[in-house]
Design a binder for this molecule. Structure first.
Ligand code: NAP
Length: 528
């Protein structure tokens, strides 16, 4: 495994600190040596990315699609080696990582087909009206164009799907933007393997050298340098609120501010309506115990908050939930830091006014390190409404049950919620009609509203929205999952009165891309 930084298609020697990867389950150092990048490499990577942008942005769409498919092929070729390394570095089980590998290559192929199809550029053509009175109308044609080099911060909790060749990189490359990745320190080796796969794919498909770079660091200097570099045009991030806000502030303080698309956590409230609890108390408890503890609770869509009105049926739900949580075995968390945070925050929360611990996992794996203990706590809606601390994310297998006296109090608890990635409603069909006001309130709080499901599990498709009102993300108009994630890296450009042969293909008369055009104010589809 080559742990050197990758700049412009080349592995670069650098005499900075050497870094080691650690297995969080054993605490043992893993093989491979990685090298902390420096200011010069940050500058070299962005200079090369800017140079590559000049050709990559105009590359034929089929060649760009071939590059994305080649990355997927190279990652798939790594197969077991990659999955084993990702498991050793993250503590995540092999089966989960095999699934994540499929998701990662699937995402790359999804963006390849999006690019090859071509209509994502959203071309709009308003042809000239030379005889219009009192003034003629010019010929105006608009489409989306890429903005330039994108800096991607890999996330710790998806070492493949939200990391070096994850959704951010795939969508940025699909849009026509070169990418510089800052590897997450929790999985250096996984990052190196995937970075190598991207370089091979770039060579095989003849991409410009600076289209991809990968830099390592064990602190903030390289990340901060990438965000502040004048040639960076956008940043993506998935991680903590603190980290996301630090990068947003750095980007705002630049001479030329740039967009940061930060996903910073969510407690993903689940509202249980009375009939649903009455009819399915035990079934719902089992379903939710599984969702809360899936992957040691280390999902951005983990259901960290359950809300319901008090009732005898809710007591049955609680009994079943307590039982289910107590039998969930402890699991290795992603890093020592994440395990430490989880242990501290989940212990401290029960000291808050009115909070009681209902149940904790009794099945502990004493041989392994950084183990999570599943926990479920309870608080009254009145205490929940008074205490903003109870609305903060506790990253791990933890959830807080909020019990309201009545429906009015439940609505008050919903009102104090901050923006979320998801909100879930568990309800019988007939009761939804009676709760329209609540549903309206919930839609204002979230990017995705789920009916009778669990929030964990984010489908990668065109209609997915993985981004919600602040602080779940800093810009709820965008998603980091699904094909519309490409919209983060583009801007509209209007061409006025340009000659046909000088226009991009997408904007030429009679193009076959299913593009929309307006002629004399009427909206028609060009291929109809
Ligand atoms: P993190 O601390 O937010 O770090 C994520 C990435 O951003 C790392 O590469 C980190 O670099 C970098 N970074 C953080 N703060 C920075 C700053 N001020 N300047 C420059 N770079 C900065 O996330 P994490 O390490 O994955 O986990 C820590 C906590 O984040 C978890 O306990 C959890 O609460 C939250 N988290 C949330 C999600 C989610 O889906 N919402 C996912 C993962 C984690 P270095 O590590 O090199 O410092």
């Amino acid at each position: 495994m080559n742990g050197k930084n990758i700049v412009a298609g080349t592995y670069i020697e650098v005499n900075e600190k050497s870094l080691k990867a650690v297995n969080p389950a054993t605490g043992l150092t893993l093989d491979g040596e990685f090298f902390k990048a420096n200011e010069k490499l940050v500058d070299d990577a962005l200079t090369a990315a800017t140079a590559a942008f000049q050709s990559y942005r105009n590359l034929n769409k089929d060649l760009k699609a071939a590059f994305l498919n080649a990355i997927a092929d190279e990652i798939a070729n790594l197969g077991e080696e990659l999955v084993n390394r990702a498991s050793a570095e993250s503590g995540l089980p092999l089966a989960r990582l095999q699934g994540e590998l499929g998701r990662t290559t699937g995402q790359l192929r999804l963006f390849a087909s999006l690019v090859a199809e071509g209509s994502w550029v959203d071309a709009i053509i308003d042809t000239a009206l030379p005889d219009r009175q009192p003034l003629p109308r010019p010929d105006i044609r608009r489409m989306l164009i890429p903005i330039g080099p994108v800096v991607v911060f890999g996330a710790s909790n998806f070492p493949l799907a939200f990391s070096v060749a994850g959704g951010d990189t795939a969508s940025a490359l699909a849009s026509g933007c070169p990418v510089v990745v800052k590897a997450h320190p929790a999985h250096y080796g996984t990052s190196a393997l995937v970075g190598g796969a991207i370089i091979k794919a770039a060579e095989k498909t003849g991409m410009p050298k600076g289209v991809f770079s990968l830099l390592y660091d064990d602190g903030y200097a390289v990340g901060a340098g990438l965000v502040q570099h004048p040639l960076t045009k956008a940043v993506t991030f998935t991680g903590s609120f603190k980290g996301g806000m630090a990068l947003i502030n750095l980007a705002q303080q630049r001479e030329q501010p740039i967009p940061v698309f930060a996903e910073m956590g969510s407690i993903n409230p689940v509202i249980f309506l009375p009939l649903a609890i009455e009819n399915q108390a035990e079934e719902l408890a089992k379903k939710y115990a599984a969702s809360i503890t899936l992957g040691a609770g280390q999902f951005c869509t983990n259901p960290g908050l359950l809300l319901a009105v008090q009732s005898p049926a809710l007591e049955n739900f609680k009994t079943a939930l307590k039982e289910a949580i107590s039998t969930v075995p402890s699991a290795t968390m992603l890093t020592e830091g994440i395990a430490h945070n989880y242990g501290k925050l989940s212990a401290e929360v029960v000291n808050e006014d009115g909070v009681v611990l209902l149940s904790a996992s009794t099945v502990k794996n004493m041989e392994l390190q950084n183990q999570s203990e599943a926990k479920i706590a309870q608080v009254s809606a009145a205490d929940f409404i008074k205490n903003p601390k109870l609305r903060e994310e506790i990253f791990g297998p933890y959830s807080l049950l909020v019990v309201a006296r009545d429906h009015a109090e439940l609505e008050q608890a919903v009102e104090v919620l901050e923006g979320q990635l998801t909100v879930t409603l568990m309800a019988e069909k007939q009761e939804l009609r009676d709760y329209q006001a609540l549903v309206n309130k919930l839609t204002d709080k979230t990017g995705r509203i789920i009916l009778n499901g669990v929030p964990t599990g984010v489908e990668v498709c065109a209609a997915m929205q993985h981004g919600g009102p602040f602080p779940a993300t800093n810009d709820s108009r965008f998603t980091s999952v699904g094909s519309t994630a490409i919209n983060r890296f583009v801007r509209p450009l209007a061409y006025q009165d340009w000659e046909q042969e000088l226009l991009p293909d997408e904007l030429k008369d009679g193009n076959p891309l299913g593009i929309f055009r307006t002629v004399n104010q009427q909206l028609t589809k060009s291929h109809e």
